[in-house]
Design a protein around this ligand. Structure first.
Ligand SMILES: C[S@@+](CC[C@H](N)C(=O)[O-])C[C@H]1O[C@@H](n2cnc3c(N)ncnc32)[C@H](O)[C@@H]1O
Length: 206
């Protein structure tokens, strides 16, 4: 059991893995506290590009560890930099992401417009500028049977699942609503590609 989980600049996701029973999440605070890990033995790696957000993540991890939580490994850099997570290729049980996904020019709530850095919110003209490469990166990181969860804009309830379904190494693509019922995140499972048929299966080797 590899027992680790990668969360590219993500963190709201709370996920569970049935097969390897690896559970983890990132750095998000829930009602002022870190979410507790259902699998405290999981190795958790988080990625963040913004130096300011990185500093907050370090501080939050410090508090989390101070309260007895397991250390989260933090890697500073761009998730699209192939060198950043190269050592983890084909080994992750779970990848979660809360990327910037709001289409450029969208009018957002005043508190977001005033206080959130644009690079944390906006994801290019169609909002998918980072989600597109992220799908390939996640598929490469996951081992067979590993799970993926990506948060997305509520206007992308069909688009993002379609991007995942277009990948033959991903199956079991399911769209999920948020607490207000809006389409908000999608999950999928990494499967093995068979050379003969070109079809994906849920085998046990990568
Ligand atoms: C929607 S916010 C999520 C913030 C926090 N992780 C959470 O879940 O509450 C997106 C985060 O992704 C970071 N980010 C944007 N582009 C990135 C990239 N190419 N590589 C790594 N991090 C990136 C932003 O700095 C921002 O902190």
């Amino acid at each position: 059991m590899n027992q680790f989980h990668v969360c590219p600049h993500s963190t709201h996701a709370t996920a569970h893995c049935e097969r390897r029973a690896v559970c983890a999440f990132g750095l998000a605070r829930v009602r002022g506290r870190f979410t507790s890990a259902a699998r405290p033995d999981a190795r958790v790696i988080a990625v963040e590009r913004s130096p300011a957000a990185l500093a907050w993540a370090r501080r939050n991890i410090g508090e989390h560890v101070g309260r007895g939580g397991r250390l989260v490994e933090l890697r500073g850099g761009d998730i699209t930099d192939q060198r950043l997570l190269a050592d983890l290729d084909g080994t992750a049980d779970l990848v979660t992401a809360n990327p910037p996904y709001v289409p450029d020019g969208t009018q957002v709530e005043p508190e977001v417009a005033r206080f959130d850095p644009p690079e944390a919110v906006f994801g290019g003209a169609d909002g998918l500028a980072l989600i597109r490469p992220l799908i390939s990166i996640a598929a490469g990181l996951l081992q067979v049977g590993g799970r993926l969860a990506i948060e997305h804009d509520d206007t992308h309830g069909e688009t993002v699942p379609a991007l995942l379904r277009a990948r033959r190494v991903l199956t079991d693509v399911v769209e999920h609503p948020d607490l207000t019922g809006r389409p908000r995140f999608v999950t999928a499972t990494r499967v093995r590609m068979t050379a003969a048929s070109g079809t994906a299966t849920g085998g046990t080797d990568a």
